[in-house]
Design a protein around this ligand. Structure first.
Ligand SMILES: Cc1ncc(COP(=O)(O)O)c(C=O)c1O
Length: 373
């Protein structure tokens, strides 16, 4: 059996007629940049996240970068983030000229460990970026109380957490500003690049709106030095059609995750994801831990199962960040996770039989692996 890592073909079938119809209108009217459908999507997404504002931008990376820009973060400032995340979380800090300050993660959730925060806060610390990794929100109560005590902003990296909740509140609405990616493989994915910034602050909304559009106040009146980073109307049409199904698709992912976890109980050397009681996980990624991971991944490949690693190298050990002087051993929880983590196939229209096949293959491989070891 072949089990792809993701397959969104059935999602496309569900929205095809609607997007064909709506895209024709965009094409006929030439309404490509910041068009009607883009404005409508912003309102729908703000409503979905329970925030006052949403500003469409051209990627999750830019969402983070412009959010930091709106908070005036610049050279000489420091921004705290987990080392175990996709590199874009750190790159956006570097683009501003500020220094990324890495910390370790919690062993169970793979999210930033609030207990490690206060040790690295300095006078220069301007923001914390909690990443809701794989689709489960970080421990926001703890993070928020530390941030408030030190007057530090919170920029949520919710790029993997569309629709996840923490104590009943939506990811993206928990800090000062929330950032999402619509990269095609995300739970809410465009047919190209895209991203969005959500916030309840009128000031952040206004600044991000200018920053994404050449710093424009009016057509040829530029208040600040901005960029060209807009969500195009074609992507907004696709995203709007998909947003209507997001909760249903997230529920399907949750059902698959529950079935996976049930089957994985039979394999001692595999650790299933832990879902904290006060939050919902949207399983953008279904990540388990397994011993002898690289050997297991090869075995899965031979059996037709696509599995990936998110992420094999924590950012403090990436060559791109060698200048910061971190060493192996600095963040042991992240380094161990990077050695053991394995993302299994996950998409809403997966079949039960596919999950059974993945787990049976894993079971076989894990018992062989014990013999090999
Ligand atoms: C945690 C995280 N942060 C940031 C990004 C950057 O988003 P994008 O690829 O849309 O620039 C991604 C996705 O790729 C991500 O997973």
């Amino acid at each position: 059996m072949n089990v792809p890592f993701i397959d969104f073909s059935q999602q496309y079938e569900m929205i095809k007629d609607r997007i064909d119809r709506e895209l024709r209108t965009v094409f006929e009217k030439g309404d490509f940049i910041l068009g009607k459908a883009e404005k409508e999507f912003e309102a729908q997404f703000a409503d979905y996240c329970d925030t006052k504002y949403a500003i469409g931008v051209n990627s999750g990376t830019d969402a983070l970068y412009l959010a930091l820009g709106a908070l005036d973060i610049t050279v000489g400032d420091e921004v705290i983030l987990p080392t175990f995340t996709f590199i874009a979380t750190a790159l956006c800090v570097s683009y501003t000229g500020a220094k990324p300050v890495f910390i370790d993660i919690e062993d169970e959730t793979y999210n930033i460990d609030p207990e490690k925060l206060e040790k690295v806060i300095t006078k220069r610390t301007k923001a914390i970026i909690p990443v809701h990794l794989y689709g489960q929100p970080a421990n926001m109560n703890e993070i928020t109380s530390i941030a408030k005590k030190h007057n530090i902003a919170i920029v949520e990296d919710a790029c993997q957490a569309h629709g996840a909740t923490y104590k009943g509140k939506k990811a993206g609405s928990l800090g000062d500003v929330g950032c999402f990616s619509f990269y095609p493989t995300k739970s809410l994915g465009a047919f190209g690049d895209g991203g969005i910034v959500v916030t309840n602050s009128n000031e952040i909304d206004q600044t991000v709106r200018m920053l994404r559009d050449y710093g424009r106040k009016d057509r040829y009146e530029h208040k600040i030095k901005g960029y060209n980073s807009r969500l195009d109307t074609v992507q907004a049409v696709v995203l709007s059609a998909k947003l209507d199904y997001l909760d249903e698709w997230n529920q399907m992912r949750n059902d698959h995750a529950a079935y996976y976890c049930d089957l994985l109980k039979e394999i001692d050397s595999v650790t299933a994801p832990v879902i904290k009681e006060d939050r919902t996980h949207v399983f953008q990624t279904f990540a388990v831990r397994v011993l002898n991971r690289n050997w297991v991944i090869e075995g899965l490949k031979k059996r037709g199962v696509s599995a990936l690693i998110h992420y094999p190298i924590p950012i403090h050990l990436q060559e791109a960040y060698a200048d910061l002087g971190y060493q192996k051993g600095d963040f042991p929880v992240s380094e161990k996770a990077a050695d053991e983590i394995l993302s299994l196939p996950m998409f809403p229209h997966m079949k039960k039989g596919q999950i059974e096949y993945v787990c049976a293959s894993l079971k076989e491989l894990c018992s062989e692996s014990q013999k090999v070891a």
